[in-house]
Design a protein around this ligand. Structure first.
Ligand SMILES: C[C@H](O)CC(=O)SCCNC(=O)CCNC(=O)[C@H](O)C(C)(C)COP(=O)(O)OP(=O)(O)OC[C@H]1O[C@@H](n2cnc3c(N)ncnc32)[C@H](O)[C@@H]1OP(=O)(O)O
Length: 286
């Protein structure tokens, strides 16, 4: 068996999917990205192109066009049939991901192909058990902005084969030039288990009127050398995603520190989702 992963599929071309497709193509892989409609596919391709052009302008990339040629954004899942690995990066919703994994298992032809999820918090086992290849299913969790942040969490379930984990590690560390860490299959993995309670505490602090958003964030930027404060970071992640990850953590551990505060829920209800819509704790030009 050729263990190398050449042909990569990505499902979802939002914030994370576009970033994942970009870094895979920059590493030389042939990438097919699937979106649910032509409009979304066009928007996703635009996102990838904008990021590549920016990288070229800043001198971090020689030829954006050459990279773009390695990415096809399509609307049919069937186009993933010949992939060596498919990375799912759709909405953080267990039902939607389970449905997708059932379909991918039918579509992806190679018996050796890996089915990976970029989930932040949904148990990998729930996705593995709906396929006929649970030993080739694992979590491959990237961080936003994907082209900038070096970390990838690799999450084997109890059924993932050692070989699958090693093939994914070789791709992430070797081809993508990122740094993989490994952790067990429980909600939040390493980073979100620590980061989400921190962000929720900042939202509770702001909600109580204890300090302004600017002062809370400045406190962390200037007092703890974080690149941005917790509320600005929530805006970057997206308040809907922050909420979904908090709910998964709360569901798994029943710890009050993971319970989403009412203000977060209200902001999600109001579609104040952060950077991607132009307004969250701060306002942004879209
Ligand atoms: C919830 C999920 O499951 C898990 C997660 O994703 S948790 C979230 C993890 N993310 C973080 O913690 C992000 C923390 N913040 C940061 O690292 C930084 O604030 C930031 C990179 C977002 C912005 O950095 P900042 O210095 O303020 O802005 P800026 O000067 O525009 O960017 C710094 C560099 O990153 C690049 N960059 C910023 N955003 C980018 C993007 N979306 N795509 C590509 N490159 C980007 C810029 O081009 C710049 O590179 P250069 O110096 O070579 O020109």
């Amino acid at each position: 068996m050729d263990n190398t992963l050449h042909r990569i599929g990505v499902v979802g071309c939002g914030l994370m999917g576009a970033g994942i497709a970009e870094v895979c193509a920059r590493a030389g892989s042939d990438v097919v990205v699937v979106e649910s409609s032509r409009e979304r596919a066009d928007a996703g391709r635009g996102r990838i192109e904008k990021s590549l052009r920016r990288a070229q302008e800043r001198g971090r990339l020689d030829n954006a066009d050459a990279v773009l040629e390695r990415v096809r954004v399509v609307t049919e899942l069937g186009e993933l049939a010949d992939r060596d690995m498919v990375i799912e990066a759709i909405i953080e919703d267990e039902g939607a991901k389970v449905d997708l994994f059932k379909q991918l298992d039918e579509i992806v032809e190679s018996p050796d192909a890996i089915l990976a999820s970029n989930t932040s918090s949904i148990p990998i086992m729930k996705l593995a058990t709906v396929t006929k290849r649970p030993e080739q299913v694992l979590g491959v969790h990237f961080f936003n902005p994907v082209p900038v942040l070096k970390l990838v969490e690799l999450v084997p379930s109890l059924m993932t084969a050692d070989e699958t984990l090693e093939r994914a590690r070789t791709y992430v560390d070797g081809e993508l030039g990122k740094r993989a860490i490994t952790c067990q299959d429980r909600a939040g993995f390493v980073v979100n288990s620590l980061l989400i309670p921190f962000i929720l505490s900042a939202i509770r602090m702001y909600e109580s009127g204890f300090a302004t958003a600017e002062d809370i964030d400045q406190g962390f930027v200037l007092g703890a050398a974080h690149p941005q404060g917790p509320l600005a970071l929530a805006d970057l992640i997206g308040l809907d995603t922050t909420m979904a990850v908090a709910e998964s953590l709360y569901h798994e551990f029943k710890e009050p520190l993971y319970a989403p505060p009412p203000l977060l829920q209200r902001m999600v209800d109001a579609n104040l989702l952060g950077r991607k819509v132009g307004r969250g704790f701060y306002t942004y030009e879209t």
